[in-house]
Design a binder for this molecule. Sequence first.
Ligand code: NAP
Length: 453
Amino acid sequence: MLRVAVVGSGPSGVYAAQALVQQREVPGVRVDVLDRLPAPYGLVRYGVAPDHEKIKSLTGSLRSVLEDDRIRFLGNVEVGTGPLTTDRLLELYHAVVYCVGAARDRPLGIPGEELAGVHSATAFVSWYSGHPDAGAFDLGGVRSAVVVGAGNVAVDVTRILARGAAELAPTDMPAAALGVLAGSGVREVSMVARRGPSQGRFTTKELRELGTLPGVATRVDPAEAALDPAYGDPEAAAALPAAARRNLEVLRGWARPDTGPAAGEERRITLRFYLRPVEVLGTGEGRVRALRFERTAPDGRGGVTGTGTYEDVPADLVLRSVGYLGVPLPGLPFDAAKGTVPHAAGRVLRAGRAPVGEYVAGWIKRGPTGVIGTNRPCAKETVSSLLQDAGALARRELARDPLDALRAAGLRPVEWPGWLAIESAEAELGLSLGRRSVKIPDWAGLRGAAGLA
Ligand code: NAP
């Protein structure tokens, strides 16, 4: 038998577990999927926007993997800090696959970033997704919000800020977050990119959705967009990848000069281009009042250069959405520049030491890029390395059921029935609020629902 621990129950962890039990080369593989949180599914539960029900429904296929007899979910188990070190895990399992994602956000690195009202998009996403570590947001005094970045996360937070609470009520958003969004004073959301319309990192489907929100006007300044050679020149556009061409088409459909809010418009989204953030400007009380940008210009090689002209965009709230960053896990090597664990085809590389049965998959392996499905081939590559090593790894005698060892170390794992109890408690909570299932957003609530008093 080959006993494997997968650390992290997001898509990459679940796909790794699936690849391990579905292969035929090495019979008798058993997998424990460990997670720091009592709930599984990683960013599908705590990152995918609540109004993206189709993507959320992926939990159905992740669930069927975790319900496989050869796989065991063990939530509420933290690896790296506390008793369960990386070395201890290697004593309990023949192999360990780390699928811990990229938990931190990238900072902008500009003066004023510490002012009140400046947050990472990941903090905002965690809050409305009911992550038990999330802080609180207060949108009562916020009229203008600026979102920095032009990726899908920027699109998500822009959309959630602009969407009416009535449309979010059918989702599983925690009651407190829904209440804050219902009382939100946000009228203007500017999503600001440092490069041009043809260089947005968003996907067309997500972008297009910004133009479909009831009561929301979505606008692009045609003169600003036209700084991008591909925006107005069909020949330059023809050289672009198809996705960028589709994005341009969507953006052109929103181009009109700023004539102020029209009747019936409750909120406005403005997509801005060629502006790079240089400073957060504050009030005397230490709150953000505006974000200063330098106007940029295309450099002809896909990048931009500064022009020395500046624009201050008023903001009561700034969300920086400039990508995620991996976090070092104590005991594992880490490439701080890339925010990933050094590896060869998924085998963790340690200086001066041969690989010993440690592997990585997902964002901690390749960085925070790609859609959920990208994790499937990524996990497969890692598992295929592991299976090549299996003969040598499985020779080692293991002590006993790792679950006993985890409990003996003082850990209190939430097993699958515990997770199902959380699901039931969330369904009941939803019923009591006249909604569908509603997330429990705190540790005590999650642990209590799982039966850990
Ligand atoms: P991302 O796609 O890497 O986008 C990051 C954005 O931040 C880019 O527009 C980048 O501009 C900008 N940026 C970086 N540093 C900056 C700086 N110092 N100043 C100003 N702008 C800066 O990251 P993400 O949006 O966090 O998404 C992460 C991954 O999750 C992506 O693969 C995304 O597709 C995926 N995701 C998918 C969905 C979905 O499918 N619905 C939803 C959410 C996330 P440059 O291009 O100029 O560098």
